[in-house]
Design a protein around this ligand. Structure first.
Ligand SMILES: *Cc1c(COP(=O)(O)O)cnc(C)c1O
Length: 403
C-alpha cells in the first residue's frame, strides 16, 4: 500500500498528530463531512465533475518550467518551477476550495463558511461559491480587514458576506472562533471549509487529497521534460497545503528528497518568525494536535513572517509526522533571503512570485550552489501581484539586490 492510502488512520491521526478535538456539538457535523468525503472521493460523477472544473475553469494542468536563467545565475543545480501561480485566482488554494464546494453541492448544502487571515482563503472560497451559485460567509478580524483591503473588495465583488470580528486581538484566531460559532447555528444548510491541511479531521486528509493533483501533474511533467525524477522537491510551509500537494507526487519515491521551507522572519526569538517545526513542540491548537510554537503560558505564540500566508503558530499534523519520522527535511528562509528571491525571480525569469512562494525559491537558490549537477523542483504556490505595493513601498525595486 502506498503512503497516501495508509495515512491518516481512520480517526484522522498521523502518528501522534491530528485527530479532532472539538466541542461535542460540532462532532456529528465534522463526522458528516468526513463520511460524505469518503463516499464521494470514489464516486465517478463527483470525480468527473471535479476533473471538468480543473480543466475548464481553473486552467489545469499548470505547467512546469525550467528556470534556465536563474539556474545559470546560481551556477549549480538546475531549478524547475511548478507554476501554481497560473492556476485561476493566482495560487494553489483554489484546488481545495473547488473540491470542498463540490462536496457541499453533492451534500445538498447551499452555503460555505470559513475564516480568513490575510484574505487569500476567503477569496478562493468566494470564487468557488460564485461558481456554484452558493452563499459564502467569511469571518475576518477587524485588524486584518484594515490591512488586507484589496482582498476584502475581491470577496465582496464575488458576492461573499464578510463578517468583521471585533473581539480579542481581532485577527485569525478570533476569526476561527467566530466562524465555528456561526457554523454551529447553520449546520443544516452550510459546510465549514478549512483553508489548509490543518484543523480537525477530516480536513488535513481532504485538503491534501485535493491538492495532490498538482503533485501528480508535476511528477509526470518533470519526467516528460527530463526523462528523470527530480533530486529534490521544495515547497513553503504555512499550514502546509501546497507542500503536501507537491509531496504527494513523490512521497513513495525513495530517491526524491523532500524539503519544507518555514518562514524564519527576522530572528530566532519568539515573535520574530513562524518556523513552527524548527523551534516548536507538540501541542494542541484549533482542534488538532501538531508541532506548534507556544508562549511561556503554553498558548499559541505570536508569530511573524514577511508573507502573511505563512504566519501561523501551528502546522499541519501530517508535516509534524513527516518531520518526526525524518521523511521530509524542514529548513527555513529569512525575510531578507525571501526578498532577494522575490527580486531575482522577477528579474531573471519574468515571474513576480508571492512572498510565500519566494521562501521556497530562496531555499532552492541557497541549495543550488552546493548541489551542482542535481535538479530541484520548486512549487511556485502563487503569484506576487498582491505583494508588489508592500514590497516596493517598504524595500524599493531591488535595484541594488545581489545574488
Ligand atoms: C496561503 C498560501 C500559502 C500558505 O499555505 P499552505 O497551506 O502552507 O500552502 C502559500 N503560498 C501561497 C501563494 C498562499 O496563498
Amino acid at each position: 500500500m502506498g503512503y497516501l492510502k495508509s495515512m491518516p488512520s481512520k480517526d484522522g491521526f498521523f502518528g501522534d498528530f491530528g485527530g479532532a478535538f472539538i466541542p461535542p456539538q460540532l462532532e456529528p457535523h465534522f463526522k458528516e463531512i468526513g463520511e460524505a468525503y469518503e463516499r464521494l472521493s470514489v464516486d465517478s460523477s463527483y470525480i468527473a465533475e471535479l476533473r471538468y472544473i480543473r480543466k475548464h475553469f481553473q486552467g489545469r494542468p499548470t505547467p512546469v518550467q525550467h528556470a534556465k536563467n536563474l539556474s545559470i545565475e546560481m551556477g549549480g543545480a538546475q531549478i524547475y518551477l511548478k507554476r501554481e501561480d497560473l492556476n485561476h485566482t493566482g495560487a494553489h488554494k483554489l484546488n481545495h476550495c473547488m473540491g470542498e464546494a463540490l462536496l457541499a453541492k453533492f451534500m445538498g448544502k447551499k452555503k460555505l463558511i470559513a475564516e480568513t487571515g490575510a484574505g487569500q482563503h476567503g477569496v478562493a472560497l468566494a470564487t468557488a461559491a460564485a461558481y456554484f451559485g452558493m452563499e459564502c460567509e467569511i469571518h475576518m478580524g477587524e485588524v486584518d480587514i484594515a490591512k488586507e483591503h484589496p482582498n476584502v473588495v475581491r470577496m465582496k465583488l464575488l458576492g461573499a458576506t464578510v463578517v468583521p470580528v471585533s473581539f480579542g486581538a481581532k485577527t485569525l484566531k478570533e476569526a476561527v472562533d467566530s466562524a465555528f460559532m456561526s457554523y454551529l447555528e447553520q449546520t443544516e444548510d452550510a459546510i465549514y471549509a478549512i483553508g489548509s491541511v490543518v484543523g480537525p479531521h477530516p480536513f488535513p486528509k481532504m485538503v491534501r487529497d485535493f491538492q495532490s493533483v498538482l503533485g501528480y501533474e508535476a511528477r509526470d511533467q518533470f519526467h516528460e521534460m527530463t526523462g528523470n525524477d527530480p533530486d529534490h522537491v521544495v515547497a513553503c510551509v504555512g499550514g502546509g497545503s501546497n507542500a503536501m500537494g507537491i509531496f504527494s507526487g513523490f512521497i513513495d519515491n525513495e530517491d526524491v528528497k523532500l524539503h519544507g521551507v518555514e518562514p524564519h522572519g527576522t530572528g530566532t526569538e519568539l515573535g520574530k518568525h513562524a518556523a513552527t517545526i524548527t523551534y516548536g513542540e507538540p501541542g494542541e491548537i484549533h482542534g488538532f494536535k501538531c508541532i506548534m510554537l507556544k508562549d511561556d503560558k503554553g498558548e499559541p505564540a505570536p508569530v511573524h513572517s514577511i508573507a502573511s500566508g505563512l504566519d501561523y503558530p501551528g502546522v499541519g499534523p501530517e508535516h509534524s509526522y513527516l518531520h518526526t519520522i525524518g521523511k521530509v527535511h524542514y529548513g527555513s528562509a529569512s525575510d531578507e533571503e525571501t526578498l532577494k528571491a522575490f527580486y531575482a525571480l522577477s528579474r531573471y525569469e519574468g515571474i513576480i512570485p508571492a512572498l510565500e512562494s519566494s521562501h521556497a525559491v530562496a531555499y532552492a537558490m541557497k541549495m543550488a550552489m552546493s548541489h551542482p549537477g542535481e535538479s530541484i523542483l520548486v512549487n511556485l504556490s502563487g503569484r506576487g501581484d498582491k505583494d508588489i505595493d508592500y514590497v516596493t513601498e517598504k524595500f524599493g525595486f531591488g535595484d541594488d539586490f545581489k545574488l
